[in-house]
Ligand binder design. Structure first.
Ligand SMILES: [Zn+2]
Length: 1039
């Protein structure tokens, strides 16, 4: 290798193009909304036939020319075409129609009833609670927490209605047990104020929350704090975060109204179960085809395995909503406090049997757009005037149809070519973008990937550098490419660094790679233009040579200091010089302490936990990091960080750039090649091969009456409407909150269009469009019926994780609880049949919502425990911000699957059980995973043959502590267990390291913190206790 040493070339000081380089329409500001009556009849929408239009998005050759009718031949494809109109809001879904069952009989039985039966009861309990008559529109339940995460918590939280165990004298009566018998209501000494009970539904149907019940003794005063748990503040949030007085541990026993001895522990099956909800939905909708032709249709759960057919609305893989029926007015929205939000995953992976997006090319004119609001042509445009004009579904503006786009209308008033044009009949499709959508009016170059390896002492010593270099050879062979292309168009480059940066010239003409060192990191530049970013196929030999040499070159290094900001700056400069976007893969092991821009100091301070200043632990250092994020986004430079820390490294700051550029942060504490190597490589492989778009900018347009106001994600925003992402991959989701600015109409519903302008991995500029239509209703019952708990939970997770940057955790937790209580109280007040206040009545679609919120408050960022590392907390906070609905669901409710008693001959996965210690058994083997961690738990009485079959060991005692993979044994149980584990690792966005824990061993603590229905290991209530607390809050709101 030749080394040129310090190269004193001047920095490439090109002016930064910035995002302002876009000309023409994309970023055009929104026109003033027009509040006129939407003149057309409810939009007719005809479902396209199955299997039409097979033009996969990915083939450049398959790109449609400016569309002609012959291209999609309806005669060929339209077999079985049928016409459907957007119907009125769909009928009540089947789950609400289940017959009522008596719950009391089974609840009173001494043996726990079968889970299935109980779930039916839960559904039944909720049945009929939707008011069938006219809605009452009472005044808002309370003004508490109506502006979540913006204002300090309402003072009411600190007041008498406060937490269990707060030793207010007011507490006793409130905590006195409600009665189970409907006829025996003593609501904390207050008379029932609601309407009198009536009707058959009342007779004991709704659920009664038991723990507050029956024992007739007040909750005990606060016991002394248990050792090892942090002292919590006195307010609710604090109480929730610790095994505090009154709540956990004070659980009084069986409900008095039930049969059985008073001391008998309540059957946990009697409270709503997530595993049951998941299983029921899978049973009902699993394996089926879900067609998106209905407005406001609630899709199957995110956990259900189903196939989606786009028939005019975006697939739920791309967009999910917190509710599919928006309240018509801002007042109703305020009253119910259900956030109105969409979770958009623009690049979501589709199943193999689902049709990839079609690409539409309108030639030089570019996509057809509404003159006023700039919405793109879509199924919500109403063609009129014999097809010569169309009315925009978003702003109602009437536009001329361009001559080349004209088409006659049929007798239904629809264009004759509706099924030949994806943009007229589908929810999602792409447009080829014209020069107007390109920076500087030039077509973009294909993106580049730069691999930047920290070669300081630790990484060399651990063997990490060699591991990376060896793996890169495989990875580079598998760079993503457009379907139909022989090889990837992505260019690659290589940098190593410690205190200085080493650039490598790997031009194909060279016999040996050349190294150039830049030691002046104060003003970063790239010392070579030609030969730094190359085509891998052309330069394979030189690159192999380089990768073989790197570990040896630094084998004797003593350098332990590193720089960090200059590394990213170098990447940005390289992309700038090559006029491309791309991604940096940075492999880094320590806090950047070398003298250079972005140098960091250890500012970790556990004393700040549970104080007003705790938020500073999550706040990134400003200055150079802030500017760096902007520079990266402007250049389309996404940063992925692979971190290998052995101590605190200020992840809040170091991960700031990835979290604003659509990047990911992976962390391997105390990395060891033997135990963590494979886990890390799996992550790296997944990451490199992800489907991804670069240099992206997204706009969400809505029909009149509401608009997008808040955006959460790994994004950057320069203004209030354009979401900028240096890159967006298949796992990143942007959560968008909507607010009313006028009334919505039940007749026309509400429309949204998400348009994402981006550069493909092939270097083509495209627009990806996702459309979705929702219902609107004046009935809150419709809203609650159309809620989706998993999406709500995603919204709350992200808004809470953003809020802790600016507010004490205690406030954030309080707001979460308050808002939960408010939503449920609003349902109870407006939608449920009148019933005893001692009965907790939950909307069917939200019945497991409290489990998730309780689990959210026990996550590392929100729990406020000094036992958790600041970096782990910051890392998880940032990860949550970019998550989609599947990810937050799994994070907050891990899958706990028994493996000891499964049918090894069956293809099916065993059914998961509830995340609670009670579900474990001493002789059992359980797999737990949440998308980030994976445990194989073994009961201390595991039978020897099970241990033999899985580990090839005579007994559990022989098991080594650091095992992270199962031996490959040739017996059915071993084969099945390993196949389940590898299947899950394959399926999830991240790799997971398998940790094997024995019951009662110390590492079991790590496992137990994921049993989210139990009391939190680091603080936080059990599900049962939390539900009781929420119930009490609801009762107070209703009195
Ligand atoms: Zn418009």
């Amino acid at each position: 290798m030749s080394q040129q040493g310090y190269v004193a070339a001047p920095p490439y000081s090109q002016a930064q193009p910035g995002m302002g380089g876009y000309q023409g329409g994309f970023g055009t500001g929104p026109a003033q909304p027009l509040y006129g009556y939407y003149g057309g009849p409810p939009q007719a929408f005809t479902a396209p036939p199955t299997g039409m239009m097979k033009l996969p998005v990915s083939s450049a050759a398959g790109m449609p020319p400016p569309p002609e009718s012959s291209q999609y031949n309806p005669n060929v494809h339209q077999n079985g075409a049928h016409h459907q109109r957007y119907p009125a809001p769909p009928a009540v879904s089947a789950s609400y129609g289940q017959p009522l069952q008596s719950q009391y009989n089974s609840m009173a039985s001494s043996a726990p009833p079968p889970t299935q039966q109980l779930t039916n009861q839960m559904s039944a309990m909720n049945f009929g609670n939707y008011a069938s008559g006219p809605m009452q529109s009472p005044p808002p339940v309370s003004s508490v927490a109506q502006q979540p995460f913006q204002t300090p918590p309402p003072s009411a939280m600190g007041q008498p209605q406060m937490p269990p165990g707060a030793q207010s004298p007011h507490m006793s009566p409130q905590m006195s047990p409600p009665q189970l018998q409907p006829g025996n209501m003593q609501m904390a000494g207050q008379p029932m104020t609601g309407p009198p009970m009536s009707g058959p539904l009342m007779s004991g149907q709704p659920m009664t929350v038991p723990p507050m019940t029956g024992m007739g003794r007040p909750f005990p005063g606060p016991p002394a704090c248990q050792p090892g748990y942090p002292q919590q503040a006195g307010q609710f949030g604090g109480n929730m975060a610790g095994p505090q007085p009154g709540m956990p541990g004070a659980f009084p026993g069986a409900p008095g109204g039930l049969a059985g001895p008073p001391q008998k522990k309540l059957d946990p099956d009697s409270i709503p179960s997530i595993t049951q909800v998941i299983e029921d939905d899978q049973g009902k909708q699993g394996g089926k085809v879900y067609k998106t032709n209905l407005r406001g249709q609630v899709p199957p759960l995110v956990t259900t395995d189903f196939t989606i057919e786009d028939q005019g609305n975006a697939s739920p893989r791309f967009i999910r909503c917190t509710t599919y029926s928006l309240p018509c007015t801002a007042d109703l929205a305020k009253q119910c406090q259900v956030p109105l939000a969409s979770i958009i995953k623009p690049f979501a992976s589709l199943q193999k049997n689902e049709t990839p997006l079609y690409v539409v090319n309108h030639g030089e004119t570019g996509p057809i757009r509404c003159n006023r609001c700039k919405a793109y042509m879509c199924p919500y445009m109403q063609f009129i005037d014999g097809g010569r004009r169309y009315q925009c579904g978003f702003c109602n503006c009437v536009n001329e149809v361009p001559v080349f786009y004209f088409q006659h209308l049929d007798h239904m008033g629809q264009r004759m070519d509706i099924y030949e044009r994806p943009e007229l009949s589908l929810g999602s499709y792409e447009f080829v973008a014209t020069m107007d959508y390109c920076k500087n009016n030039k077509p973009p170059n294909p993106p580049a990937y730069i691999f930047m390896i920290d070669v300081s002492y630790n990484n060399i010593k651990s063997g990490l550098v060699k591991l990376i270099c060896d793996e890169l050879k495989n990875l580079l062979e598998n760079l993503p490419s457009e379907e139909g292309m022989e090889s990837s168009a992505i260019k690659v480059g290589f940098v190593t660094y410690n205190k200085v940066l080493h650039f490598y010239n790997v031009k194909s003409a060279l016999a040996q790679p050349q190294m150039m060192v830049v030691s002046d990191t104060a003003e970063m530049f790239v010392p070579l233009l030609d030969g730094f970013l190359v085509n891998y196929q052309d330069s394979r030999a030189v690159i192999y040579n380089l990768l073989d040499q790197i570990p040896d070159m630094f084998a004797d290094t003593n350098e332990s200091e590193t720089v960090f900001v200059p590394v990213i700056q170098a990447g940005v400069e390289a992309f700038k010089a090559a006029e491309c976007s791309g991604k940096l893969f940075i492999f880094h092991s320590s806090m950047p302490s070398a003298e250079a821009p972005g140098k960091l100091k250890n500012r970790d301070d556990k004393k700040l936990v549970n104080t007003e200043k705790e938020k500073t632990l999550f706040q990134p250092q400003k200055g150079v990091y802030e500017q760096l994020s902007k520079d990266c986004v402007a250049q389309g430079c996404c940063v992925d960080l692979f971190l290998f820390p052995s101590q605190y490294m200020d992840i809040a700051t170091m991960a700031d750039v990835p979290s604003h550029t659509g990047g990911s942060v992976y962390k391997y504490n105390n990395f060891q090649v033997e135990t963590d190597g494979e886990h890390f490589l799996r992550d790296l492989r997944k990451d490199v091969q992800k489907s991804i778009g670069f240099d992206a900018i997204m706009r969400v347009r809505t029909s009149t009456g509401f608009r997008a106001t808040e955006f959460f994600g790994a994004i950057h925003m320069n203004n209030t409407t354009d979401v900028e992402m240096a890159a967006v991959d298949c796992d990143k989701a942007i959560t968008v909150e909507f607010k009313h600015d006028d009334a919505l109409s039940e007749e026309t519903g509400a429309l949204m269009q998400c348009a994402l302008l981006y550069t493909t991995i092939n270097g083509q500029r495209r627009l990806r469009i996702h459309n979705l239509s929702l219902n609107c209703s004046l009935q809150l019952s419709e809203l609650f019926k159309s809620c989706e708990t998993d999406s709500l939970v995603n919204f709350f997770s992200k808004s809470a994780c953003r809020a802790i940057l600016n507010q004490p955790l205690k406030n954030v937790r309080e707001i979460l609880v308050n808002q939960t209580a408010h939503m449920l109280a609003c349902y109870r007040k407006n939608c449920a049949s009148p019933s005893a206040a001692s009965q907790l009545i939950l909307p069917d679609a939200m019945k497991v919502f409290p489990v998730y919120i309780n689990s959210l408050m026990k996550t590392a960022p929100l729990v406020g425990s000094t036992e958790l590392s600041t970096d782990d907390r910051a890392h998880q906070r940032l990860a949550i911000m970019g998550m989609g609905v599947e990810d937050t669901q799994l994070l907050l409710y891990p899958r706990l699957t028994p493996l000891h008693n499964m049918d090894v001959s069956s293809e099916a996965l065993p059914a998961p059980v509830r995340c609670s210690e009670e579900r474990l058994s001493d002789s059992g083997m359980f797999l737990l995973e949440n998308g980030h961690s994976m445990f194989l738990w073994l009961g201390q009485a595991s039978p020897p043959d099970l241990i033999q079959n899985i580990f090839n060991l005579p007994s559990l005692a022989h098991l080594q502590g650091n095992m992270c993979a199962l031996p490959e044994l040739d017996n059915p149980l071993s084969i099945k267990v390993r196949s389940i584990i590898s299947g899950l690792i394959e399926k999830r966005a991240n790799s997971m390291k398998l940790q094997i824990v024995r019951q009662k061993d110390k590492p079991e603590m790590l496992f137990r913190q994921f049993l989210v229905e139990d009391k939190g290991l680091h603080g936080g209530a059990s599900y049962m206790d939390f539900l009781c607390y929420v119930h009490r809050e609801i009762r107070q709101l209703l009195t």
